[in-house]
Design a protein around this ligand. Sequence first.
Ligand SMILES: [Zn+2]
Ligand SMILES: [Zn+2]
Length: 95
Amino acid sequence: MIGMNKDRICSFCNQPMAGENPMFTGPDVDIRICADCASFAEELLQDEPAAETDDVCSFCGRTQEHDMKLLFGPEVKICNECIAFANKQLYGKNS
Ligand SMILES: [Zn+2]
Ligand SMILES: [Zn+2]
C-alpha cells in the first residue's frame, strides 16, 4: 500500500502529502482527503444544517438526502458519512 505517493494531493486543500501523512482515497484515485481536512470537515459540518440538493458525494456517489450533509471542495464533494468514515480510517479512533 505504500509507495507511489509523490502525486498524492488532497482534493480539498490541494496540499501534497508527505509519505507518512494519512490520506483517505475515494473510488477515483484522483479523489482524496487528507487527515487535516477530514478533521476540519467533521467540525464544520456539525454546525451545518442539512440541505436538500441534487449534489452527489464524490466519494460514495450518493445523492444528498435529508440527513446528509455535503462539504464542497474546489472540485469534489464529500458527505458527512464519508467524512466520519475517513476520520476513523485516518485517526484510528472510534470503536
Ligand atoms: Zn486536505
Ligand atoms: Zn459520501
